[in-house]
Design a protein around this ligand. Structure first.
Ligand SMILES: [Zn+2]
Ligand SMILES: [Zn+2]
Length: 343
């Protein structure tokens, strides 16, 4: 069976078009009718620069990895036509050493939606119909708000980041950089029992967003009074760096307490003068955080159950035929946080 589908395809820097394509359904896996998707920073990097880090767009690729929809056809008995699903964009190989250790986000042959890491590139989810592994479909209740459920993927990233810090119960948490990811980390940290969540950013607008997402206090990164958090080698048990900026990392190293944990989430370039002495002398546990594993299911549960309300981050929606306008708007960080597409 062949199905016509409209897809948002990128061919290079600032070259994106809506293309009519064919999807082949051969009775295996699940054919999903995608209804809604969220635009992520990586989609914006592909659009604005034609690449994410070292991975350049070398051939036409469907954008997008934050999508939901409903089952059109499936080989899985639990996925009846019409069942609403959040689509997990990760497809690990299942057999490499990391998959065997249950560390699927480290899979050496990961196929992740909308990624130019490999050739041929892996197509993303900004399309009307897509065939996926049935295991990638996480059902959610019919009555759940679709605008909310689209946050499953970024929330999964953030729940994973909090897991990288261990138990957060009763802990004092600092987040540097509160774009959508920093804000969702704030919400996830609260949900996991943090006693306080203090957020810092250079944008007043982002700080207001963080407050709506559960921050217990906010500080302007440039002129906030950090003195109380510097005493006794630092106040916070855990710091999350979510801006991807050297000054932000330095701030985290300053305010995290000795033997505290610093989780690096923000993607930045190389840091020429990494403050190694602070890391050594304060015995800071520095840990990276990349994508997610089982946290995708937790995110779907939390969103459907109202544990986290991501709607303060929602900035508007566009029809897929307005992909250009949507990407332009989403790129304007003074106006937009999370922009969604409808299919
Ligand atoms: Zn994303
Ligand atoms: Zn693997």
């Amino acid at each position: 069976m062949n199905i016509e589908t409209q897809s948002c395809v990128i061919t290079g820097k600032q070259q994106v078009s809506v293309t009519q394509q064919q999807v082949e359904w051969d009775g295996k896996g699940t054919l999903v009718r995608i209804t809604r998707g969220g635009i992520c920073g990586s989609d914006l990097h592909y659009y604005q620069e034609g690449k994410v880090g070292n991975f350049a767009v070398k051939m036409p690729m469907i954008l997008g990895h934050e999508v939901i929809g409903y089952v059109a056809e499936s080989d899985h008995p639990d996925l009846k036509p019409g069942q609403k699903v959040a689509v997990n964009p990760s497809k690990p190989c299942g057999s490499c050493k990391y998959c065997q250790r249950n560390q699927q986000n480290q899979c050496t042959s990961m196929r992740f939606f909308g990624s130019a890491m490999y050739l041929p590139h892996v197509d993303g989810g900004f399309t009307q119909y897509k065939v996926v592994d049935s295991a990638q479909c996480v059902p959610f209740p019919q009555e759940a708000d679709e605008k909310v459920m689209v946050f499953a993927e970024p929330l999964a990233v953030c729940i994973h980041a909090t897991h990288q810090a261990g138990d957060l119960h009763g802990k004092h948490v600092f987040i540097s950089g509160v774009g959508p990811i920093g804000c969702l980390i704030a919400a996830a940290a609260k949900a996991r029992g943090a006693a306080s969540v203090v957020c810092s950013d250079i944008s007043e607008r982002s700080l207001r967003m963080a407050q709506q997402m559960g921050a217990t206090a906010t500080l302007h990164a440039a002129d906030g009074d950090f003195a109380p958090y510097l005493a006794d080698k630092g106040y916070f048990d855990v710091a999350f760096e979510a801006a991807g900026h050297p000054a932000s990392l330095q701030r985290c190293l300053d305010v995290v307490c000795a033997r505290g944990t610093l989780v690096q989430v923000g993607m930045g370039g190389a840091i020429p003068d990494f403050p190694i002495m602070a890391l050594i002398a304060k015995e800071i546990n520095l840990v990276g955080s990349f994508r997610f594993t089982h946290e995708f299911n937790t995110a779907v549960e939390w969103l459907a159950g109202g544990v986290v309300n991501p709607l303060p981050l929602f900035s508007g929606e566009y029809d897929l035929r307005e992909i250009d306008a949507a990407l332009q708007f989403a790129s304007d960080k003074t106006r937009a946080a999370k922009v969604q597409l409808t299919f």
